[in-house]
Design a protein around this ligand. Structure first.
Ligand SMILES: [Zn+2]
Ligand SMILES: [Zn+2]
Length: 400
């Protein structure tokens, strides 16, 4: 069957599978599982992929699942990634499919990603005889804790056979349903977790001269860190540097011996990230030295920036054009949020596709990670179709 004929039928096929797609999403939504505990979800994923006749490996990087669809014709390997984990939140929405597990909720849309990639797998598997290459499906644990993708890579998910392009979607409530958001180059930020400790000398609140008070030192440091963004970074360079937690002392009349601050650094390039981490260390050490205290900085590097490859994004743009039409393709907003899909993009060139899922008229306007987050399910068939078309386009181009 020629590929063009194949794709001509695709919208009708997606439409026929939409009730199954939505039922699957709702089932996953009712039973959310936190990072590295996605046993039920991974079980459903593995079973469905086995039923499609794919070679399935479970327990990859913890609870991850990898499946290979080998086409009948030779060609490269394109990977499609979905994240499976939920967030430690209690859902407060009243929908019939709300979370049945207190303290766990799909508040980021990963239920929709998993369901969409499973249905795309079904559509691609039905085209096995005309596939020029293979499609590898990566269902990863623990995106929200930013260590699931790395665990999968360490466990060989991107090898045997090696992957030449990586695709993935994120539902995005900041974008209206029916749209597809695309961007070449850096789209989402690198993520660092910072821990700053200032050690002084505690004592009586009435006798500060006998102490080395770490509290005003912490205050100086917070302001000086703001200066790294405001005065040392080019005004058009996006940077976020946030101190989200300051802990010291327990009594009104006691000067504490130590202050601990937690924060996060977000950037769009690794050289910039490395340079800022160095300047944060120098700033903390320098201010502490000037004020007789000792300071230390530990920066835990969680993810690199998500960078979309130009050539793959161009192929996805063609697929998006056929799926939703030109006027519904939008420039994906750059955002200082991170996603550990970035580690997969370091292994192979890729494109992370934003699928508009917001619809204020229907109440789908809560931000991701909100306890009432929900998305317009009309976004799901769009995700399925654009992923299927993009995967086929990547195979055909690379085979050609
Ligand atoms: Zn999230
Ligand atoms: Zn997410």
């Amino acid at each position: 069957m020629p590929a063009s004929h194949d794709l001509h039928e695709l919208p009708q096929e997606v439409e026929r599978l939409t009730p199954e797609l939505i039922a699957l999403r709702r089932d996953l939504h009712r039973h959310p599982e936190l990072a590295f505990r996605e046993q039920r979800t991974a079980g459903i994923v593995a079973q469905r992929l086995q039923e499609l006749g794919l070679r399935v490996r479970t327990g990859v990087g913890g609870t991850g699942v990898v499946a290979l669809l080998v086409g009948d014709l030779p060609g490269p390997v394109v990977a499609i990634r979905a994240d499976m984990d939920a967030l430690p939140l209690t859902e407060t929405a009243e929908t019939p499919y709300r979370s049945q597990t207190p303290g766990a909720m799909h508040a980021c849309g990963h239920d929709g990603h998993t369901a969409s990639v499973l249905i795309a797998a079904k559509l691609l598997a039905s085209r096995r005889s005309s596939l020029t290459g293979s499609v590898k499906f990566l269902f990863q644990p623990a995106e929200e804790t930013a260590n699931g993708a790395e665990a999968m890579i360490r466990d060989g998910a991107m090898r045997d056979p090696p992957v030449s392009a990586i695709l993935g979607v994120h539902l995005w409530n900041n974008q209206p349903v029916g749209t597809i958001g695309l961007r070449e180059g850096a789209m989402w930020a690198s993520v660092d977790e910072l821990k700053i400790v200032i050690r002084g000398k505690g004592g009586h609140g009435a006798m500060p001269h006998q102490t080395i008070d770490p509290v005003p030192i912490a205050a100086h440091i917070v302001l000086a860190l703001g200066n790294l963004v405001a005065r040392e970074t080019a005004p058009l360079e996006p940077i976020a540097l946030t101190i989200g937690s300051i802990h010291a002392g327990a009594a009104f009349n006691v000067i504490p011996g130590e202050v601990t601050m937690l924060g996060t650094l977000r950037t769009f390039s690794m050289p910039q990230r490395d340079a800022l981490v160095m300047r944060i260390e120098e700033t903390v050490r320098g201010i502490c030295l000037a004020m007789r205290a000792e300071g230390s900085v530990v920066s835990e590097y969680l993810t690199p920036p998500v960078v979309n490859d130009a050539a793959i994004t161009a192929l996805v743009r063609q697929a998006a054009l056929t799926t939703v039409g030109e006027h519904r393709i939008v420039a994906a907003q750059r955002s200082m949020t991170g996603d550990d899909v970035a580690f997969l993009h370091k292994e192979a060139p890729g494109c992370y596709i934003l699928i508009g899922s917001g619809n204020a008229a229907k109440g789908f306007d809560k931000p991701h990670h909100h306890p009432r987050f929900d998305f317009d399910e009309a976004a799901l068939p769009v995700a399925v179709e654009v992923l299927t078309r993009s995967a086929l386009a990547c195979l055909e181009r690379r085979a050609g």
